[in-house]
Design a protein around this ligand. Structure first.
Ligand SMILES: NC(=O)c1ccc[n+]([C@@H]2O[C@H](COP(=O)([O-])OP(=O)(O)OC[C@H]3O[C@@H](n4cnc5c(N)ncnc54)[C@H](O)[C@@H]3O)[C@@H](O)[C@H]2O)c1
Length: 297
C-alpha cells in the first residue's frame, strides 16, 4: 500500500471513526477530517481504544491493535482529499450541509476521484447537480459497527460509472465487508427502507402506550432470534440522527403516517440522544439489554 491508496473521510463523528477503523485495519491509509478539530482528536482516541479491544476479540485483524500512522487526522478539507481516490462524506443527515460540502469537494478533486455519501436515506442523485462530473458520485452506506454489521450498500446517482462502483465494492471485499448494490434508486436503499418501517411502527407502539421500549425490544429479540431490538439500535444510532432520517422519509412520501412521533421529537429536544448522551430509550453505560440473561430477565 502507498499513499495513492489513501481514502478521505469527511466527518469524524459516530460513523467517521468507525469507517476509518474498519478500512485501516485491512491496510487502507485514511485521512480523517472534521470541521470541529476536537472531534478528530476524540475519533483518533476511539480508534486506538476500540482497535485494540476489537483485535483482541478477533472482530478485526491484529493490525487494528496498532494502526501506526495509517490513520491521520488532518486540519483542512483540502489536506484530507489531496491525492485520495475515494472520498467518503459522513457529515449530518442534512441535505443543505451535504450540498455545500459537495460543491467544495468538486472544486478540490479531479474527475477520477470517487465522491460518495454515507447518507442513511438520501439518494446521491440529490447531490448530482452540485457535483462536477457526477459519473464519479454514488451512495456508499456503511453500517454502525461495521465489524459486526458488515454489509455495505452501494447505489448509483443515476449516472455513476460502473467502474467506480466496482472499485469501491472491491475495497469492501478486501476490508472484511460484503457489498450489495441496489438495483434501482430508492430512498433508504435496501435495508434502511425495511428498517424505516420497523422504526416507525416500534415508535408508534410506545407513543400509543401499548408497550414499553424495553418490552418491544424483548419481544423483538425473542421473536427474531436477535441480540438487540429496535430501541437499543436507535439509541446506538443517535436519536437526533434517527429524527433527521425520519423527517426526510416523511418529506419524501408526504404521508402523515410517516411523520416522526412527538415522543421522539421531545426526547431529542431534552438532549436524550441515546448512547452518546448517556440517556435515550435506555440509560447508559448499563442498559437493560446488556444484563446477563436478556431478553428473558
Ligand atoms: N449513526 C449511524 O448509526 C449511521 C449509520 C449509517 C449511516 N449514517 C449516516 O452517516 C452520516 C453521519 O452520521 P453520524 O451519525 O456519524 O453523524 P454525527 O453527527 O455523529 O457526526 C457528523 C460529524 O460531521 C461533522 N461535520 C458537520 N459538517 C461538516 C463539514 N461540512 N465538514 C466536515 N465535518 C462536518 C460534525 O462536526 C460531526 O462531528 C449521516 O448521513 C448519517 O445519516 C449514520
Amino acid at each position: 500500500m502507498n499513499d495513492s491508496d489513501a481514502v478521505a473521510i469527511i466527518g469524524a463523528g459516530t460513523m467517521g471513526w468507525q469507517i476509518a477503523l474498519q478500512l485501516a485495519s485491512y491496510g487502507t491509509p485514511i485521512r480523517l477530517y472534521d470541521r470541529d478539530p476536537s472531534v478528530v482528536d476524540t475519533a483518533l482516541g476511539r480508534i486506538r481504544e476500540h482497535g485494540a479491544s476489537l483485535a483482541a476479540e478477533g472482530l478485526l485483524p491484529q493490525r487494528a491493535a496498532d494502526l501506526g500512522d495509517l490513520v491521520s487526522g488532518v486540519e483542512t478539507l483540502a489536506a484530507a482529499v489531496d491525492g485520495c481516490w475515494y472520498v467518503i462524506e459522513a457529515i449530518p443527515e442534512r441535505m443543505d450541509l451535504k450540498r455545500e460540502l459537495f460543491v467544495e469537494l468538486s472544486r478540490m478533486t479531479g474527475p477520477e476521484t470517487i465522491l460518495a455519501t454515507n447518507s442513511s436515506s438520501f439518494k446521491s442523485r440529490h447531490l448530482a447537480d452540485v457535483t462536477v462530473h457526477p459519473e464519479r458520485l454514488m451512495n456508499s452506506h456503511y453500517y454502525n459497527v461495521p465489524w459486526r454489521r458488515s454489509g455495505l450498500e452501494l447505489m448509483t446517482c443515476g449516472v455513476t460509472d460502473g467502474k467506480h462502483m466496482e472499485r469501491v465494492a472491491a475495497l469492501a471485499r478486501r476490508s472484511g465487508l460484503v457489498p450489495v448494490v441496489a438495483e434501482a434508486e430508492s430512498t433508504g436503499f435496501v435495508f434502511n427502507r425495511v428498517w424505516h418501517a420497523v422504526k416507525r411502527e416500534s415508535l408508534k407502539v410506545v407513543a400509543e402506550g401499548v408497550a414499553s421500549a424495553e418490552d418491544v425490544d424483548r419481544l423483538w429479540c425473542l421473536s427474531m432470534e436477535a441480540a438487540i431490538g429496535p430501541f437499543a439500535m436507535m439509541d446506538r444510532v443517535g436519536l437526533d440522527v434517527v429524527l433527521d432520517i425520519e423527517r426526510h422519509y416523511a418529506e419524501q412520501s408526504g404521508e402523515p403516517n410517516d411523520a416522526p412521533p412527538q415522543l421522539l421529537i421531545e426526547m431529542v429536544a431534552r438532549g436524550e440522544l441515546g448512547r452518546k448522551s448517556g440517556r435515550g430509550f435506555y440509560t447508559y453505560p448499563s442498559p437493560a439489554w446488556e444484563r446477563p440473561g436478556w431478553p428473558r430477565t
